[in-house]
Design a protein around this ligand. Sequence first.
Ligand code: AMP
Length: 299
Amino acid sequence: MSSSRPVLFLFMRIVTSIPQMQRLAKRWQREGVSVGFVPTMGYLHRGHISLVERARKIAGSKGKVVVSIYVNPAQFGPNEDFSKYPRDLERDKKLCRTAKVDLLFVPSNDEMYPTSPEQPFSTFVVEETLSKTMEGESRPTHFRGVTTVVAKLLNIVGPNVAVFGAKDFQQATIIRRMVRDLNIPVRVVVAPTKREPDGLALSSRNKYLSPDERREANILWKSVQMARQMTHLSPNGTSAAKMETRVRRLIEAQPASRVDYVAFFDPESIHPVRVVKRGTQMALAVFIGRTRLIDNAAL
Ligand code: AMP
């Protein structure tokens, strides 16, 4: 029996080859098609989808939205979670189709970082100032991997707009700087962090948490709330050292939590501040068991 329901045919192109992606990008450019781009490492969640929606809004109904999924080995340190980083391409494809993504770009390691003995990959993009603190201090090769892969993806996809999440605040700031410094012709847009009802920022890495750890993980958001309250109670500012001590105490009273860093800084320059006021940015990295989570917010 045939159903009277209309069949929703959501066509999404999937491209794995870099030359094929570049050919398409060139064609779109010639035809004046506006392209919005969302680079990800996959295992998509509502946070990623909110970036897709933002890209669609900017590119318009006649434009194209491209999402890339690539777990970039260059941004993981030797003892980090590259091999166990969660991957589920079939699920990601469905989510992208539902979100009306036009093209999913899934490049291979072989094409992204060729290893042939005659011509191995040997060029990296390094931002030298903003990447020294916070994530850059804890993960010394991380941002070199991020800037390199984002520069490559922007060259391949050639978007008009690229959308990044405020969840990775320092990353977004470094990418803005790289785009300006290298004159990459793209507009960088940063979209707000999506959270669970208890405040935990959505992250593919939340999958690693046991039920007990998951309950404890909202300590990052609770820390932000406490810092906000302290800031609002002291209009003349509070010393960053004092705030840090209070936040560390709150977090380390939890059985499975260990602070990696807590930082208070100017949101534009990323310079640490001595006195925390309204508008100061707070960022923190916390191990919940073996899982390292990050979060940040304006106070
Ligand atoms: P990832 O797949 O973790 O590399 O993230 C891809 C993009 O999604 C980055 O620009 C992230 O900042 C962004 N993103 C990750 N989590 C969230 C979230 N909870 N809310 C908004 N954007 C996010």
